[in-house]
Design a protein around this ligand. Sequence first.
Ligand code: HAM
Length: 437
Amino acid sequence: MASKFQVPRGTRDILPGESERWVVLESSTRDVLSRYGYREVRTPIFEATDLFVRSVGEATDIVRKELYTFEDRKGRSLTLRPEGTAPLVRAYLEHSLGQTDPLTRLYYIGPMFRYERPQAGRYRQFWQIGAELLGPAAPAADVEMIDLFYWILRAAGLAEITVHVNSLGDATCRPVYRERLRDYFTAQSDRLCGDCRERLKTNPLRILDCKVPSCQPVLAGAPSVLDSLCEPCREHFDAVRAGLDALGISQETAPRLVRGLDYYTRTVFEAYAAELGAQNAVGGGGRYDELVREFGGPATPAIGFSIGMERLLMATGPLEVGQPARPDACVVAREPSATWEALKFARSLRNVDRYDPQDALRVMVDPGGRSASAQLKWASKIGARFAVFVPPDPDGYPVRDMEAGKDEAKQKSAESLRHWLLERRRQVGPAPEGAAR
Ligand code: HAM
């Protein structure tokens, strides 16, 4: 159907049929997070622009090219959040969350905004699940975080996950590595793309992230960060890898993994899904031991990750399922004067005043004021299992099995019918949500 308006480029509508999958993903994720002791934070969708410039980093693609920045009516520069870690750290400090619990476990689920070139799996508005653990510096925190990352992905139905891990060193050894890289790339600069030559001046580590084919042979020969780690960073990284082995998390060391944000120190990690093609990172994260202090807080080591929800859903099934949700029953008004009774009777079958998800029947009424036979046709079209007729006969409510096309025994009351419908559903399973994988 033609409309004067379309969804903005790089964004998408999540429609019935797909939205049920989102609900399932959100609830499996919240469930895993709560079992690990994480609690939710909901921050605003926009923040002061400086928050992202100072954390994500001035030299990153995100800040240089991808921010949605605007001035409000008082001339303040605001930015739609491109990621969730900086806002969460801001909230953590603003509300002194670290004072009540020195090990603070927090998560968020929400949309992020980056002005990227849209393609499959890459959007300008996309959703992330993110978790952050603030306080501990020990390698066991990294291991627990990666374990959580792994199990959220598993609970969402992703099979065969290998977590790629690397260490970016710290304030002692990273500058040494950066210089080694700068020397190496300077000697090869005529073989680098224009962007990489620019990165050579601002942050040579970013070059390792370049996807331009002509740069790849140069990248392949670049010195490895792992050869430049100082002793404490090396020990930390070894302990993280040993911990992942101990927990049975499949891992691969990826010395070229640098990530697209500047706040990382030491451990970084990512997971990929082969199903996704070019945009194959389902999620990633790492340690950011300096960020809380850079925001003016006390020295607080921290680690976290985010998962791209569209990508995770794409990797675990078709994004658009388009299957309608089947009602357990439709209530049919036998004559127009029974419409109110149909609406009321349907409500009592739904039992919404004592809402219990185990006990919830989906019951619908055609409010179009049509004939009983038109209502029945509609009930069959939307896949209702049973039709119930009001007003009742003197000996009970007539019930028809829509699939078998036969009449069932009449039911004396709404309550007995409700139990009967629930029993039928227990026998054949709930009506498909459109969410089934
Ligand atoms: P990130 O790697 O920039 O990390 O994003 C995490 C995930 O978000 C990616 O792996 C990808 O699945 C998804 N994603 C990113 N950009 C897009 C896009 N344009 N369209 C669709 N999906 C996308 C962060 O954002 C960090 N805050 C992670 C973190 C948390 N580090 C520490 N704590």
